[in-house]
Design a protein around this ligand. Structure first.
Ligand code: BG6
Length: 492
């Protein structure tokens, strides 16, 4: 039935893994929470030939598997008819014919459209150009908007990201493009904004006068699985640093935007990224440590002599007034002992300590840990007096905030729920702008050059289930720091 103000989400790559694991389960959950626009329809597009009903039943099985406790047959039965399917190769003009037919039959006088590119990155440009060629991205009026969500990876280095930006901007305006980094959809990453800018407590201390250094860790237990072929060409620097880790760093270190608006937020992030020093080749090789997990070379799709790192630790410096002289250490790896994403702020020690410590003991200086996942929490470590001791004795104590306790009964939503909802509502705050992406590549590129040059060092092998290569500890010794213990994997 036609509806003059209908809304349609079109997912390209509808038979892929992301659609089944994340996109459809997130849309289903949004529907359960009554957060989808009324009457919205979701059209899956891919080359596989399927009927609407076959697509619905495949997605039903996926939601049953991936939506966990949120699965409910009645809710599904209500949601399923929203799902439609058109087969075709969207990178060719003939491939869009069935989608065009679908729009003609269902949109009537017109509708708003959200296109989601969950396809191989080499198809982004051609799909956008085919959509534009078929007139499907033309904006007839502001309420009949056309927006495109583009998955990562967006380019594989600075130049390819610039070229891709140029290519898609021939057809779309920047405010129609929603480049995704799903870390920005995580509650705790958004809470970093609230923690920093909704409180006065820490902001006066958030600078080089009081902070010694910052550590950002994204540790994973998973290996490359069935993605060996992609991963071996990407490596951990492209897969995790250029996007997720730099985005977290930008939020931790940027100045306060005047308002929570897409432009203001992204302007501040870009300013911060621009203040990160781009190391020269020598500095880059001294500011990185790489590792590869045991058995990586035998993974399917991986070259047998691959030097692709599955673990990296890097040091970045921010050359601005606030952060001058404060190193930022970023690390991430696969096949590690725990799945933990955490930001650690190590404050400076008191300038003078009037208490004597037992011989050989060092004062633990104030530390703030923000655990992004899995046990979403904030921990503040400080010194306190141990009661009733013969002599004055001090010891570290902790204050903590646990999402699970403070908001019990409110499960942390899947990051894609937030992002899909924002894109439908036209809020691009949690999506990346072209300048952000290009600058992030420029920061990571010198490190890629170190790991990909013909005489690149062989990454240090590390055992499965460890905390990475031992050389990463030596890397920190050289930087006169040590990796701080992680909280995220503690039981809540
Ligand atoms: C993706 C990477 O962007 O993020 C994956 O391509 C990685 O390799 C994943 O496993 C981690 O996301 P999350 O949400 O599980 O921390």
């Amino acid at each position: 039935m036609s509806n003059p103000l209908s809304k349609t989400i079109v997912i390209f790559g509808a038979s892929g893994d992301l659609t089944a694991r994340k996109l459809i389960p997130s849309l289903y959950r949004l529907d359960r929470k009554n957060r989808l626009p009324e009457g919205v329809r979701i059209v899956g597009v891919s080359r596989t030939k399927l009927s609407h009903l076959e697509f619905q039943s495949r997605m039903g099985a996926a939601v049953k598997q991936f939506a966990g406790a949120d699965w409910n047959q009645e809710d599904w039965d209500q949601f399923a008819p929203r799902l439609q399917y058109c087969s075709g190769d969207a990178s060719t003009s003939e491939g869009l014919a069935s989608l065009e037919e679908w729009f003609k039959a269902h949109e009537g006088a017109g509708g708003a459209r959200l296109f989601y590119l969950s396809v191989s990155p080499d198809l982004y440009g051609s799909i956008v150009s085919q959509l534009a060629g078929a007139g499907l991205t033309k904006v007839p009026s502001p309420e009949l908007w056309r927006r495109i969500i583009i998955e990562k990876p967006f380019g594989h280095n600075t130049l390819s990201a610039q070229l891709l930006n140029e290519e898609i901007r021939q057809f779309l305006k920047e405010d129609q493009i929603y480049r995704i980094d799903h870390y920005l959809g995580k509650e705790t990453v958004q809470n970093l904004l609230v923690f920093r800018f909704g409180n006065t407590l820490f902001e006066p201390l958030w600078n080089a006068n009081y902070i010694d250094h910052v550590q950002i860790t994204v540790a994973e237990t998973v290996k490359v699985g069935s993605r060996g072929d992609y991963y071996d060409r990407a490596g951990v620097l492209r897969d995790m640093f250029q996007n997720h880790l730099l985005q977290i760093m930008a939020i931790v270190a940027m100045e306060a935007p005047a308002r929570y608006s897409a432009d203001m937020l992204r302007n501040e992030k870009v300013k911060l990224l621009e203040a990160i020093t781009i190391p020269d080749p020598k500095e880059a090789s001294e500011s990185i440590w790489t590792g590869q997990y045991e058995g990586y070379l035998a993974e399917k799709g991986v070259r047998p002599d691959s030097k692709t790192p599955t673990y990296s630790a890097i040091r970045l410096n921010v050359d601005n007034w606030r952060w001058r002289g404060v190193p930022f250490f970023l690390r991430s790896g696969k096949a590690l002992s725990s799945r933990t994403s955490e930001v650690q702020i190590q404050f400076r020690c008191p300038p003078h300590l009037m208490f004597s410590l037992p011989p050989g003991e060092k004062l633990e200086c104030n530390r703030l840990a923000i655990s992004i996942q899995p046990n979403e929490s904030i921990h503040l470590r400080f010194q306190s007096k141990v009661p009733d001791q013969e002599k004055m004795t001090i010891a570290p104590s902790e204050m903590e905030f646990q999402y699970g306790k403070s908001y019990s009964g409110v499960p942390i939503p899947e990051a894609y729920e937030r992002l899909l909802q924002d894109a439908l509502g036209g809020d691009a705050s949690l999506f990346m702008r072209s300048d952000e992406i290009e600058r992030s590549w420029a920061i990571i590129e010198p490190f890629l050059n170190v790991t990909e040059s013909p005489d690149a060092p062989i990454p240090e092998e590390y055992p499965l289930g460890s905390m990475g290569p031992v050389g990463a500890d030596g890397f920190m010794d050289k930087n006169l720091r040590e990796w701080l213990p992680l909280y995220g994997n503690r039981p809540s």
